[in-house]
Ligand binder design. Structure first.
Ligand SMILES: [Zn+2]
Length: 241
């Protein structure tokens, strides 16, 4: 009978110079890999590699790990917060949130402040008020521009509906049936980014894919699209609530 020595599922290594604990997970894999989570650094390693070799590997990647950690911490510090004194990134400007009691709900931009009003206002009520405000903007801004671009590209007959949905992973979506869905959080973004989103979805009425031909049609109606794609990559973590 064969007795296999059981490996501990997880070891914690503490590495000099790293502010977070490092979890070492061994499994039946062939190579070493390191991931930076929000609260730990995780190293995945083959079963029989020595801890000394893992440390050498980590040492080699220390700069990358530190850069990733700093990025994550900065992103966490920049994230949207709807409590009084919190922050919102609206149209590429960092605004301070002010909550104000009022009989009616509403949002007002005043200088570098976003004032969110409502009865017995709290952070969670502010969320509902801001959602309504953004939805209202989405409803008045997105359909006419979507329709106009679809007509211009001669695919107006394919556009059936414009709907709004906050999904965790997407800014927009276009179905084969001609229904375009927008994430209303996009209304927090600058107008150029919103217009890029509209171009992105409407061009799917021409090509239901992300082929080179698709991106060529996007570039025709939105020549700066790469800039907006870049903006979203860099800032989208600041728009979610
Ligand atoms: Zn797409």
């Amino acid at each position: 009978m064969l007795f296999r020595k059981r490996h501990p599922a997880q070891e914690i290594l503490s590495i000099e110079g790293l502010p977070l604990p490092c979890q070492l997970l061994r499994s039946k894999r062939k190579s070493l890999a390191v991931h930076v989570r929000h609260d730990a650094v995780e190293v995945r390693a083959p079963l029989h590699i020595s801890t000394a070799d893992v440390l050498v590997f980590l040492d080699k990647h220390q700069r990358w790990v530190k850069r990733k950690l700093a990025e994550k911490q900065q992103r966490a510090a920049e994230s949207l917060s709807l409590k009084d004194g919190g922050q919102v990134y609206y149209k590429a400007r960092a605004l301070r949130v002010r909550l104000e009691n009022a009989s009616r709900g509403g949002v007002e931009i005043d200088g570098d402040q976003m004032i969110i009003r409502g009865p017995a206002i709290s952070a969670s009520k502010a969320e509902a008020v801001l959602k309504q405000w953004l939805l209202q903007q989405a409803r008045s801004w997105l359909p006419p521009r979507t329709r106009a671009l679809a007509e211009y590209l001669e695919v107006g007959h394919k556009l059936k509906d414009v709907v709004y949905r906050k999904t965790r992973s997407k800014w927009g979506h276009c179905t084969a049936g001609g229904r375009i869905q927008y994430n209303w959080l996009i209304m927090l973004a600058p107008d150029g980014v919103i217009d890029y989103m509209i171009s992105h979805e409407v061009c799917h009425l021409l090509h239901m894919n992300h082929s080179p031909a698709y991106w060529q049609s996007v570039a025709k109606v939105c020549p700066d699209y790469q800039r907006y794609v870049g903006w979203l990559k860099q800032h989208e973590h600041r728009l979610w609530f």
